[in-house]
Write a protein that binds this ligand. Sequence first.
Ligand code: NIG
Length: 400
Amino acid sequence: MTVASGTGRALVVDRIGSLVTNDPSLGRGPLGIVEDASVVIVDGTVVAVGPAGATGDDRLDADGACVLPGFVDSHTHLVFAGDRAEEFATRMGGQPYDGGGIRVTTDATRATPTDELDRLLRLRLAEAHRAGTTTIEVKSGYGLNVDDEARSLQVAAAHTTETTFLGAHLLPSEYAGRADEYVDLVCGPMLAAATPHARWIDAFCEEGAFGADQCRAVLEAGRAAGLGLRLHGNQLGEGPGVQLAVECGCASVDHCTHLSDADVDALAGGDTVATLLPACDFSTRQPYPDARRLVDASVPIAIASNCNPGSSYTTSLSFCIALAVRDMGLTIDEAVAAVTVGGAAALRRTDVGRLTPGSAGHAVVLDAPSHHHLAYRPGVPLVRHTVGPLGGPLGTTAPA
Ligand code: NIG
């Protein structure tokens, strides 16, 4: 069930056994954990965090369960049509992932009417919301021409403010052998059509996709158009992505599966977030990156789902937490922080990812007594209630 908090009334989430606030001044440890707590939300904003028993107009009884900030999924490709389950099955039989399937999804997306793209997106957003995600970034990147990129972003912008123009995802077949011409199209007419619907610009910096100079041109054109910068880098091998992202001041560099010492040094202590995508490494059989090495070097990290039909078809950040703890060397506390405040930092947001007075009243009520269960019980749907947006009419069901 989903619960909204923007009704003009005070919603009290009460009898919380263990509350993760992500505000160390409010409670124990870096997650700021408060026991036997309540949270009061008015018009979508947290107005009080305190002991259980607060009063209000509406009451959601957590019955001793754990409550966390709503998850912030800072990397998805949710506007698409078609299915690539066959590609996945072949990959599990030993075929390596090379990103070429992006063109298969591009053909399917171009051939799909806009209202159907919207319907498919809404289904995926509803699935993400049921799994605890309350803020989500959505990229284009399966249109790869002016009209289809613009309508993909228009569809996404109806549901989230965190929209990303990814015209430089892969060279479409009709531009084979003319990559620089395509980059000119991305930086010119495509960007102009995308900008009204986008907050961010992104590019896929990888051998087989776009090189450093091409990505730099895309990012600088996006910056000139007023967009924020992010980059796909170091997904399938070491390369220039991370260093380019730092050089350009990107908010986030995403994947970071293959990192050299120089990449870690470039990220250390900076404000370009390394966004790790463990479900993508799972689904493409890439080696998991050593997230411990990043945390120990003071690299800011986030974890996101990368939900897309090719390399990571999951909306479950709980699954991502379990993988990051089991296979990437993070503690459970670090992984939970990475899908909440970490995701918020990757989107340059301070209003989400925490439950503290003044922050957004977006919360997850677990069917579990502590956040440890998110890694301890992998694959189990532990989200009992999601409080607050994804956006639009989603998440507006009144409390039971
Ligand atoms: O993040 N790396 C590029 N883009 C997506 C893959 C999309 C696909 O295979 O369709 C990713 O993994």
